[in-house]
Write a protein that binds this ligand. Structure first.
Ligand SMILES: *Cc1c(COP(=O)(O)O)cnc(C)c1O
Length: 547
């Protein structure tokens, strides 16, 4: 007892002090003071440690208030109406000359007229994507694969893996795809996974699995993920859907890989997942996944590798003679990987895979309901019914390609990307962001506004992707760019455009990209969000014909 008393001493002092302080207060007063101070404490804590930092929220509150001032509000409404009309005008310029169907036909059409209608619609659009004028978007244009997937889809269009008793073959095919990809990613015998409708869904699933895993196993109620700022926007989508915080870690300004030290500092008790990309979409660089894997092991946090874009290249690069860092389950800390079969897997749009090192994670991906009158229900991914046809054409494409097909395609693509990179590096006025890890080559400039190059190339029929913070453009090389002459024609067009631009490097960009540049500088991101909503609305806009 004597020993215990010493450490308790401060407590006694505290007790006496409190008794003295509250000695003349009535019990209700003590209760009121205690309750309100605890509530105030919680409020202050939440205010300071909210999802966003205090400055961001103060700024947002300021803009929200400012927008209530009538003069500002009417100005903004005008601005938004104009943006809306601009987006609608764009739709009109593309399809406004055509008749839209706005009601179900009274009687069914003949197959011939439907086919002729769809052929007409497919002819729309000015970009020559078949001949390599477009970055990313189309990963293969191969008549053998087209014919194969048409055959296979024709046979499987009405199947649904939701009913494995009715379509056991489709379940078998899905399991085979998972097994094959698991092996290509050097997963052990316990590797498991699901096919999804695309990369975004694969990422959503991993985020959902880790949120629920952390809640159940670690009791984490305010989940956070720690990811590079360059990670795909699907992680933001996941945060909006599933309610967790995203801590975005800046990139090293030279390598354009995530700053590992900053990543380490951002880890907290609430971190449910770390992630890196192989490669990321904007710059095409591969994060230091070995280091992220180490962080995951050290702090016992799951690590996801987003190989949506590059998975079906990095798997084959060693065999194709192209060096690439290890970015799969051979890294001990990596607990899941997403890889898109509908990108460099060359399958039609609508499939991707998400794989886990261990079944304990995927169990938290599944949705299970036990008390529904429709029956006990368990399903692996977002969808209930799923397109068996998509699964089958993915599987068929993989079998058609085979190891040798993928290795050859990978070699051609990486060689083309390296050739383009090398030639671009020789040009004055532009630079390449970091070291392209696979097929994406991102271009910036310190001498002129890089969007001017994008504009110049658009005029020459090219469609590249534009980047912000910092401004840049990139080309994502696919099989269509490996056709003879495509890379050289791109390089020539860049060089000729540069020659023009560098005559007066100070000119600002024009047109749509000028607007894009202005939007980047707007401090009120909520307004930019409103603009983007106008854009999404315009996808469903039906132009009315001018009489
Ligand atoms: C394409 C992509 C994804 C997923 O995109 P989907 O369009 O949903 O297939 C995820 N990460 C990266 C790096 C990507 O390029």
């Amino acid at each position: 007892m004597e020993q215990l008393k010493v450490p308790l001493c401060p407590l006694y002092t505290l007790k006496n002090g409190l008794n003295h302080h509250f000695g003349d207060k009535e019990p209700w007063q003590i209760v009121a003071v205690t309750t309100s101070s605890v509530l105030a404490g919680v409020w202050i804590y939440n205010f300071i440690f909210d999802d966003e930092c205090v400055i961001t929220r103060t700024k947002k509150a300021f803009f929200r208030l400012a927008k209530k001032i009538p003069a500002i509000k009417s100005r903004l409404d005008k601005e938004i109406t104009k943006v809306r009309e601009d987006f609608q005008e764009e739709v009109r310029s593309r399809t406004g000359h055509l008749d839209y169907l706005i009601a179900l036909p009274d009687s069914g059409w003949s197959t011939e007229s439907i086919i002729s209608k769809v052929e007409g619609d497919l002819k729309l659009g000015n970009y020559d994507w078949k001949n390599g004028k477009v970055s990313g978007a189309v990963y293969v244009n191969n008549s053998d694969i087209n014919q194969l997937v048409t055959e296979i889809y024709g046979r499987t269009a009405f199947t649904n893996p939701l009913h494995p008793d009715i379509f056991p073959g489709i379940s078998k095919i899905e399991a085979e795809v998972i097994k094959m990809v698991g092996k290509l990613l050097h997963g052990g015998p316990d590797v498991c996974g699901s096919m999804t409708n695309g990369g975004t869904e694969s990422i959503l699933m991993a985020c959902k699995a880790y949120r629920d895993y952390a809640r159940e196993v670690k009791g984490i109620k305010n989940p956070e993920i720690v990811v590079p700022v360059s990670i795909h926007s699907a992680f933001d989508k996941a945060s909006q859907y599933f309610g967790f915080r995203v801590k975005s870690i800046p990139l090293d300004p030279v390598t354009y890989k995530v700053d590992i030290k900053a990543m380490k500092r951002a880890i907290s008790r609430n971190t449910i997942m770390l992630a890196g990309s192989a490669p990321n979409y904007p710059y095409g660089t591969i994060d230091d996944l070995a280091a992220i894997s180490e962080l995951g092991l050290k702090y016992n946090i799951p690590v996801h590798v987003d190989s949506c874009l590059g998975g079906f290249l990095t798997m084959f690069m060693p065999d194709a003679g192209c060096p690439v860092p290890i970015c799969d389950f051979r890294l001990e800390g990596v607990t899941s990987i997403s890889a898109d079969t509908h990108k460099y897997g060359y399958a039609p749009k609508g499939t991707s895979v998400v794989l886990y090192r261990d079944i304990k994670y995927i169990h938290h991906q599944y949705t299970v309901t036990t008390d529904w009158p429709g029956g006990v229900y368990g399903s692996p991914t977002m969808c209930g019914s799923r397109a068996g046809g998509n699964i089958a054409v993915c599987w068929a494409t993989m079998l058609k390609m085979g190891m040798d097909g993928y290795v050859t395609a990978t070699r051609n693509i990486i060689h083309t990307a390296r050739y383009i990179e090398k030639r671009l590096r020789e040009m004055k006025g532009i630079f390449i962001f970091g070291q392209p890890g696979t097929s994406v080559v991102a271009i910036g400039s310190n001498d002129f506004h890089i969007y001017r190059l994008a504009n110049a190339l658009t005029k020459l029929g090219w469609n590249l992707n534009t980047l912000q913070y910092p401004s840049g453009i990139h080309i994502c090389v696919t099989q269509v760019h490996t056709q003879p002459g495509v890379a050289d024609s791109f390089i020539n067009d860049v060089q000729n455009s540069l020659n023009e631009i560098l005559k007066d490097p100070t000119l600002p960009p024009e047109g749509k990209l000028a607007m894009y540049g202005v939007a980047q500088k707007l401090p009120d991101r909520a307004i930019v969000g409103d603009f983007i909503r106008c854009f999404v609305d315009s996808l469903y806009y039906i132009p009315t014909k001018k009489q």
